[in-house]
Design a protein around this ligand. Sequence first.
Ligand SMILES: [Fe+2]
Length: 406
Amino acid sequence: MGVIVDTEDRIVAGLGDARARTLGLLAPIDDADLERQVSDLMSPLVWDLAHVGHYEELWLLRNLAGAPPTNELFDDVYDAFKHPRRDRPSLPILGPADARAFDAGVRSRVLDVLATVDLDGDDPLLRDGFVYGMVVQHEHQHDETMLATIQLMEHFAHPDADDWRPSSVLRSETGGQRASSVPEGDVTIDGGTFLMGTDEHAWVYDNERPRREVEVPPFRIDRTPVTNRHYRAFVEDGGYDDDRLWGADGWAWRQRTGADSPLFWRREGEGAWSRRRYGRNEEVPPDEPVQHVSWHEADAFARWRGARLPTEAEWEKAAGHDGEPGGPQQMLGDVWEWTATDFDGYPGFVSFPYREYSEVFFGNEYKMLRGGSWATDPSVERVTFRNWDYPIRRQIFAGFRCAAEA
Ligand SMILES: [Fe+2]
């Protein structure tokens, strides 16, 4: 058995895994809940379900093979840019059974086309299966979005939720190192240049390229993401009531929303906190990384601790030391980690294959997230991957770790 996997085999497996995950996630949810809008922030689940099929048809049938659209109307209703999420329930979207049938029909034609395309030629869309990798990752990213939607459903206890835990928690339950036994504190990362980003084209997005040398002064960074225990200390120390800890936008958000703890937390009396996790209430587990905090909350916590959020470059440099004895840990697969950096292209950025993946989001409206959460599929999880969101967002599986000058 070799480890080299044929590109076509990798594509077939990747597409199949993504679809199995999508259908598995949604299988226990009844049609009414699939069509319901759980939150203004999210699409109805059935919109995501057909949107992944529409994206797949657009890129792998229409763009690659010149196939006609199944329905021209879908270019409007399933274009994420044309209608905000809150308006999507009023669109003429497919119901659950039709959405599943549409996705399956697209997939079967996609596999027929795959057998005819040249993955070793000069077409940059096809080379090493790029556009297929893009479609696989897209579906997995929507699966993560759907996991956030399902978490927002107040009364639905998904039967698979026990498996939906930060990687470090799952490892500790199977006899690995317990999260609570990882030494706390921070590590010092030497200053100097490192190679940030990647030049790989296959299965990597435009915003991760090009790779180049970046100079980073020495800094300290937390060994692990901030835990619920630590975050609770900030809450109970009055962190939410001390305007000196918050940026102007953050304090305005805090005043407007009345937020006084992470999303889904509830105070159960003196010193006791519970959280709702997939429809069930449980004690807040002290050693897990905190999740469902906005960038503003992360920023205020860091200031409370006399620290700051790492820059994206610091985060990526530190991630290169993940796994070394005494190095930073849990950088991939626990929680998305907020960084101090706004979204921009790297020097030499070239939009590919469409501006709407990354470029239209550049600017100071978004903060970068790194690392990938427990809900992020391995096909999307890499140290160069760049995620972004508004600094007020809390429904995503985001936490953070702090940094400081060395
Ligand atoms: Fe999408």
